[in-house]
Structure formats: structure tokens, C-alpha cells
Design a protein around this ligand. Structure first.
Ligand SMILES: C[S@@+](CC[C@H](N)C(=O)[O-])C[C@H]1O[C@@H](n2cnc3c(N)ncnc32)[C@H](O)[C@@H]1O
Length: 194
């Protein structure tokens, strides 16, 4: 087993034992495939927790030899733990870990973003989308997690993307201690014609 796999296994175990939210392997594999297809230059992630999803996406960027991640976490303790995990896994050069409220931090990003992962508090999905929209590239991939269990809390986001863009929901049977079935929604962002 590689050092990277050891760290991923440790993070998975710690999340399960401590009830720290994470994607779990099925949704993470799906996310990693999307990253592999999109070959993004910049991924923005809202909701780092202790780095589980970041490790999966960073491993794909490392393999592709291209791209980096800006990931935002409001809980400083979790963000610091994630930073240690990225360093132990040998991917910290690919990850810019920021601490703060994602909808505010996203306003400070002034580079093109071609992949967005929404995995923070549900009522922040739409504010985060709005905060970064002007930097999203035409054809950018947006992945929203917890669209099954959190649909009500993110109703404004879902209504907006479903009525403006191509959006597809994907359901998963999952083995997390706190949820057994949930969905992710993938949206292809299109710039408005000017
Ligand atoms: C579902 S977890 C993220 C899981 C992570 N993406 C993974 O799969 O390993 C959600 C995280 O979002 C953080 N969070 C909640 N509200 C936030 C906000 N407004 N801005 C940034 N992070 C936030 C929480 O502290 C929590 O750690």
C-alpha cells in the first residue's frame, strides 16, 4: 500500500469514528472520474472537512500532471487537520486550503474556475454558486453533494441550475454510518450569450 493510500484509509477511519462528514468511497470514485474527464486547471471545493474528497481529487490531478484545488473550510480545526493530511499524502503542493465562510472566500478568487464542488452547508450552495459564477468557465463542471438528503435546504440552488443548465442527478447506495442512500447532481455551466 502506498503512503497516499495509508492516509486515505486513516482519514476514512477517522471520519467514520468521529462522525466527520465525508463523501465515502462510492461518491468519491464518481467525483474522481468526473475530474479525470474534465481535466480541470482549477477546482474550487466548498467544504474541506478533513480532506477526504480533496485527497481523491488531488490524486487525479497528480496523475494528470495538471491542475490544482482551492478548498474552503469554515472550521479551522478541520482545515488544519486537512492540511496535515494533504502534506502526509504528498499532495499539498496541489491544494490551497483556505479557512472561512465559502460564500465570502469565493468572492476573492479571481482566476477562471472549471470545476466546482459544493459540499458545505446546504443553504450556502446557491450563495457560493453566485459568488463564483463570474469566474466559471463556459462548460465548467459543477458537482453538488447531498442532493438526496439535502434537497429542501438547497432548493434555491437546485431550482436555478435545473431551469438554466443541463443537470443530472446520480443516486448512490452508500455505506456511511450516518446515511445509506443519497445523490449528487452534476451540472454543466454555460455562459450566457452576450
Ligand atoms: C460534508 S462536509 C465536507 C466533506 C468533504 N468534502 C469530504 O468529502 O471529505 C461539510 C463541511 O463544510 C463545512 N462548512 C459548513 N459551512 C461552511 C461554510 N459556510 N463555508 C465553508 N465550509 C463550511 C463544515 O464545517 C464541514 O466540515
Amino acid at each position: 500500500m502506498t503512503q497516499f493510500d495509508h492516509v486515505l484509509q486513516d482519514v476514512d477511519k477517522r471520519c467514520r469514528e468521529e462522525g466527520i462528514p465525508m463523501l465515502g468511497s462510492k461518491k468519491a470514485e464518481f467525483l474522481a472520474e468526473l475530474v479525470e474527464i474534465a481535466q480541470p486547471s482549477l477546482i474550487v471545493e466548498c467544504g474541506t472537512a478533513i480532506g477526504y474528497s480533496g485527497l481523491w481529487t488531488a490524486s487525479k490531478l497528480k496523475a494528470a500532471g495538471k491542475g490544482r484545488i482551492i478548498t474552503v473550510e469554515i472550521n479551522p480545526q478541520r482545515a488544519h487537520e486537512a492540511q496535515e493530511n494533504f502534506a502526509r499524502a504528498g499532495v499539498s503542493h496541489l491544494v490551497d486550503s483556505r479557512i472561512g465562510d465559502a460564500k465570502e472566500v469565493l468572492k476573492t478568487i479571481d482566476e477562471p474556475v472549471d470545476f466546482l464542488l459544493l459540499d458545505n452547508n446546504y443553504d450556502n450552495y446557491f450563495p457560493c454558486f453566485q459568488a463564483i459564477e463570474s469566474r466559471l468557465t463556459n462548460g465548467a463542471t459543477i458537482v453538488a453533494d447531498n442532493v438526496g438528503i439535502g434537497a429542501e435546504g438547497m432548493a434555491d440552488y437546485l431550482e436555478h441550475v435545473r431551469s438554466h443548465y443541463e443537470s443530472q442527478i446520480h443516486w448512490f447506495e452508500i455505506d456511511l454510518p450516518w446515511v445509506k442512500r443519497d445523490a449528487m447532481e452534476v451540472t454543466v455551466y454555460r455562459k450566457k450569450a452576450t
